[in-house]
Design a protein around this ligand. Sequence first.
Ligand SMILES: [Zn+2]
Length: 301
Amino acid sequence: MFSFFSLTATQRSIPLQYVDGYRSSCKLHLAGNFNLIISAPHGGNVMTNDIPDRTPGGCRRAGSSCTWHYADNCLDGQRCATTTVQDYLSDEFAQNVAEELNNKYNLKPFVVIGKWHRKKVDFNREINEATLNHPEAINAHKSYHTNLKNAINKIEQQYGKGLLIDIHGQGVGNFTMVGYLLDSDLLNRDDLQSTLATTTSIEQLCVFNRNECIRGQNAFGTIMETNELGIAYPSKLHPKPGSGTFFEGGYITRNYISQINAIQTELPYDMRAGSYKRVNAIKYARTLFDYMTLNNLLLKT
Ligand SMILES: [Zn+2]
């Protein structure tokens, strides 16, 4: 068994030491001492002048799917839209969560945080759409994902299981969307056992009953609400997201689940950028601690 002791004020941990990825496109904490990775791909605001904006998008020509190249004028096709909006202060929020885990529980997560603006590279898309095949954007994307993959490999080898939490921000409403790769149509069903044809991003934690792991007592959304982080979908009190926009998880949530459990959280503006953003990061850190503890997931070196 592992045991955890809170540090007193006089014993505060040394702050986590970050290193920069390729050309400071991302920042990394690689000296984790437990089986959690925090990822925040969309908070960056650095605009690199030598890389064209992704704003024009890709190109769809007759009979083929979208192709993605920064120098394609697409005169003989239709533009494919890219999303370039920044998840404002989601990077700072992720870093505050990591620091709170370090300070309060002496738990040092692995952390990968984007620094370049989403107009230049989208770390949460597959590499073509993410970079429009610009060589510098490709290097940045590889830097983010190579470091993520190394952390995942380390956790798999050392602990056998773990959690990758991908932190985003949304502007749809004042609630959190918890993404397990189940879209709102599936989450709106009365019995989630009827969704078994769709793989979730936390299969290892969903062995017995999907209603429990997605919207039961120990589900992530339920524990967020217990820790006074507002409304979360899905949770025990708010099991169904209804008919509005719902983000069920993107490339990062989807790409590594053969090795690690993954959850995407889309946080409302007020939680990450309002007056109580620091308190909210403390509550979010406690949510992660509680979630991993209650689901027998937390393992420490
Ligand atoms: Zn995002």
